[in-house]
Design a protein around this ligand. Structure first.
Ligand code: DAT
Ligand code: MG
Length: 140
């Protein structure tokens, strides 16, 4: 069944010039890049995106990291797009992300920022509810 999901190449991925390589993997998976734009995430958008993590110890660092430089915001569509993209992304911690995943294959040596934030290259909605909530934060 066709689905849409919110996907974002985070500041570390953009800064390292990995957009093409990452989107090639997404398309190689049979998924479609419906929308794509290079943006600077505002603090308001960051707070809305990461609202489910409010109160966690890494929340302030998360906001700081995602607003630290340009990102590539995307809408990705396709069969089972949400789970398929999550599988392609790999585990949250790049050090344990499997080979063949974006986070596992493209991670840098030092994956932790000074404030403990994880540089894991990409974001993808984790459920249909999250996708429905996250897409309108970035695409009107
Ligand atoms: P994911 O991005 O795999 O969906 P998540 O939604 O649990 O993971 O967390 C959102 C982001 O927050 C994640 O990409 C990196 C950061 N993060 C999560 N857990 C963390 C932790 N224990 N320490 C530092 N940063 C963390
Ligand atoms: Mg998440």
């Amino acid at each position: 069944m066709g689905e849409k999901t919110y996907f974002m190449i985070k500041p570390d991925g953009v800064a390292r010039g990995l957009e093409k390589e990452i989107l090639k993997r997404v398309e190689g998976r049979g998924l479609r890049v419906e929308e794509k734009k290079r943006i600077q995430v505002s603090v308001a958008q960051a707070a809305e995106l990461y609202e489910p993590h409010l109160g966690k110890p890494f929340y302030p660092g998360l906001l700081k990291f995602i607003t630290s430089g340009p990102v590539t915001a995307c809408i990705i569509s396709g069969d089972n797009a949400i789970a398929s993209l999550r599988e392609l992304m790999g585990a949250t911690d790049p050090l344990v992300a499997a080979k063949g995943t974006i986070r596992g294959d493209l991670r840098e040596t030092n994956v932790i920022n000074e404030d403990g934030t994880i540089k894991n290259l990409v974001h993808g909605s984790d459920s249909p509810e999250s996708a429905a909530r996250e897409i309108p934060i970035f695409f009107k």
